[in-house]
Design a protein around this ligand. Structure first.
Ligand code: G3I
Length: 673
């Protein structure tokens, strides 16, 4: 059965229908032979914070490297007819297709919280993007010229640009302390402003309180080599009249390495988690050393029956796996010991809360059961590598109990899947698809073409190659997952806040027609999939919503194979523009398009509370239930423990996996007639 036909015409056949068909179409992901392997190591994620929808600040884009603004085609499909046919993809391909050496391999040993199927891992390969590595020749070529940015209204003949007094490239021996003083000057008088780009880890950037600042840094063995440091001076009168200087810092090995101070090792931070008694728990413990050596790890109070194994690919990581058999607190006393001086140690105590199984039982029906009775898909976004987190077991169980639809928050993004030309990392997405299959969830693929989370090699690619890169990527991802993943965000966030096209690397190379091209390639590569355009700030009245409707109209007129619109809906607890959302939904339905609420979360900001949050969740659900074309109600995560906006507690379970008023509001609304 065709998923697309099902999605566009099934009314509210919804969850069972889409889930059943996607399962029928699901295929087993073959497990290749064994070998050494690596997995993406979970990190304490510092998520970028995007203002809430309904606020007036757009998302901050990543700069596009090497981009020259082409004559952009402001209205998509300006030269596209309904009969447009894409040319065949090149053979041989522009970049190497996924090869067998990219195939994931079985993850053996006590490495995760999963028990119902074998995890896979990416094979160990050195995936290092060496672009931008500086050589002695670069350093010897002498300092880079200043880069001056002059606003149109500034006349350089009457207002000279700021400049730096005696700023040159510098050399330093590892272990020595480097002082670089930045003295910005301006011939017209006044003291220019000053701001640096990235400051090296462990360095200081001190204010000398005399109009100058100093970079103070003691580089060590890992810093040996050449790096750049950029600093900008701003005109005292015209702050956007700027002079940027990039200096090179060459860190050299000393004649006698023992001259370098030996600093103590560290045990990396581990968040405190809430666990469920009798669950398998894994803790990825990373030790490190500022001098670049590999410390040893000791657990002074290793839980009974625990295993501790080295990570297959990261020598600084050890994986502790144990099962807490009693409720209460579990503390791990972790000690790192220096590789060169065993007397040099550091320690960290991490404490987990262990609750009883009864503490995770929720009264009433599960959301997925209530939603299925209404033929509605209800979903969450799945944390990358959740099975490698201490609370991975309870995370997975609650997600499976409550949701029949799962979005790939990060595991299907380009920078993770295809970090270098011809190199593919399938394991995280394979594991998520396998896990969804085991828990009877359909998968929402997020996202094929976006301006963020792109690998450097794509951002640096030539304009002339970008359409082929885009189409080859779409074809390869959908060839692998098109049958297992029935719904896809084909193009994500192509519009600016004012409704015009975002000048992403795709727009700059192909104009707005990249959107039509992406959808046509997706349809060719996965004929049965439901193909969506996804964006934020498009659900309530405004220029961006108008831009979205105009875009969808022009795509439909051109015969672009688009099936629906994903409304991200990253909201705040004081959101109240529900009538406008209903109107926008109806405008999209009038275009014969489906509606997916694709990334809902409701941040609680200062002065707001959980009751307001619950009301927004419930009102948005009502909007979906009252709109026949609304197929899915998806939350961007489900526990505040792992939200991209963690600091605003925007989800329906708290960090201890306890349901919040918003959860109960959804239960209540779904149970209503
Ligand atoms: O995986 C690497 C890890 O190996 C590394 O050690 C670590 C270092 O910080 O970074 C990890 O990657 C992080 C990635 O999430 C996976 O965890 C990135 O730094 C981090 O920037 C990325 O954040 C994601 C963000 O999109 C990126 O723009 C958020 O988790 C994700 O929730 C968010 O989701 C977006 C949607 O895709 C599009 N709509 C808006 C939404 C919120 O921004």
């Amino acid at each position: 059965m065709i998923i697309r036909t099902l999605a566009s015409s099934y009314g509210r056949v919804g969850a069972q229908g889409l889930f059943r068909e996607s399962l029928l179409a699901l295929c087993l992901i073959s497990l290749a032979a064994c070998g050494s392997s690596e997995s993406v190591v979970p990190a304490v994620e510092d998520q970028p914070t995007m203002p809430a929808e309904g606020s007036n600040v757009g998302q901050i884009d990543e700069p596009t490297e090497g981009a020259n603004t082409a004559d952009s085609i402001e209205t998509p499909t300006s030269d596209i007819t309904t009969s447009r046919v894409l040319s065949p993809l090149p053979n041989p391909p522009l970049t190497a297709a996924p090869a067998d050496d990219s195939e994931p391999i079985r993850a053996l040993g006590p490495l995760s919280t999963v028990s119902e199927f074998f995890l896979v891992r990416n094979p160990t390969r050195i995936l290092e993007d060496t672009y931008g590595t500086l050589t002695d020749a670069d350093f010897d070529a002498g300092p880079l010229p200043a880069v001056i940015s002059t606003p149109a209204h500034v006349d350089p003949t009457t207002n000279s640009a700021p400049y730096f007094d005696n700023l040159t490239d510098v050399e330093v021996f590892a272990g020595e302390e480097l002082h670089v003083r930045f003295r910005p000057l301006d011939a017209d008088g006044g003291i220019p402003g000053l701001f640096p780009a990235a400051i090296p880890a462990g360095a200081r950037y001190d204010d000398n309180f005399d109009g100058t600042r100093s970079l103070i840094w003691r580089p060590l063995q890992p810093h040996i080599g050449i790096r750049e440091f950029t600093i900008t001076a701003t005109d005292p009168v015209e702050p956007f009249y700027r002079t940027e200087r990039t200096i090179r810092i060459k860190v050299k090995p000393p004649a006698d390495p023992s001259d370098i101070i030996n600093l103590p090792p560290v045990v990396n931070q581990i968040r405190e988690h809430t666990l469920r008694v009798n669950d398998p728990v894994v803790v990825y413990i990373k030790v490190d050393d500022p001098n670049g050596t590999i410390p040893s790890l000791e657990i002074l109070n290793q839980p009974a029956g625990a295993t501790l194994v080295p990570h297959y690919a990261f020598p600084r990581i050890s994986i502790l796996r144990f099962v807490p058999r009693v409720t209460g607190a579990v503390s791990l006393n972790l000690l790192a010991r220096d590789a060169d001086d065993p007397t040099l140690t550091s320690s960290r105590v991490v404490t987990f809360e262990v609750l009883d199984e009864a503490d995770f039982i929720r009264p009433g029906a599960r959301l997925r059961e209530l939603a299925a009775a209404r033929d509605l898909l209800i979903g969450y976004a799945s944390l990358l590598g959740f099975y490698e987190r201490p609370d991975g077991a309870v995370y997975a169980d609650i997600a499976a109990e409550e949701f029949n639809f799962v979005s790939t928050e990060n595991s299907l993004k380009w920078d993770l899947l295809n970090p270098l030309p011809g190199q593919y990392q399938w394991a995280q997405a394979d594991n998520l698809v396998q896990h969804a299959k085991a828990r009877r969830q359909a998968v929402h693929g997020h996202t094929l073409i976006w301006h963020r989370q792109l690998p450097g090699w794509i951002k640096r690619s030539a304009f002339a190659d970008r359409e082929t890169h885009m189409r080859e990527f779409i074809d390869r991802i959908l060839t692998r997952y098109g049958k297992d993943v029935p719904v896809w965000d084909v193009v994500n966030e192509a519009l600016e806040e004012d409704g015009t096209f975002r000048h992403s690397i795709w727009f700059e190379a192909m104009g707005a027609n990249f959107i039509d091209t992406a959808f046509r390639q997706a349809r060719l590569s996965a004929p049965e999939a439901t193909l969506l355009y996804n964006d934020y700030d498009i659900s309530f009245a405004g220029p961006k919503a108008d831009g979205m409707v105009a875009l969808m109209q022009s795509l439909k007129d051109a015969g672009t194979p688009v099936d629906g619109v994903g409304f991200q809906m990253h909201l705040d607890a004081d959101f109240d523009r529900f009538a406008e959302v209903a109107e926008t939904f109806q405008q999209v339905a009038n275009l014969d398009l489906d509606i997916y609420i694709s990334e809902l979360d409701v941040s609680i900001r200062a002065g707001q509370n959980e009751a307001q949050q619950a009301r927004v969740y419930e009102q948005v659900l009502s909007l979906c239930l009252n709109q026949p074309r609304c197929k899915a109600y998806q939350i961007w995560g489900f526990t505040d423990m792992y939200s991209w906006r963690r600091e605003y507690n925007p989800l329906i379970f708290d960090r201890r996996y306890q349901p919040k008023p918003a959860y109960r509001a959804l239960q209540r609304r779904l149970a209503e007639n």
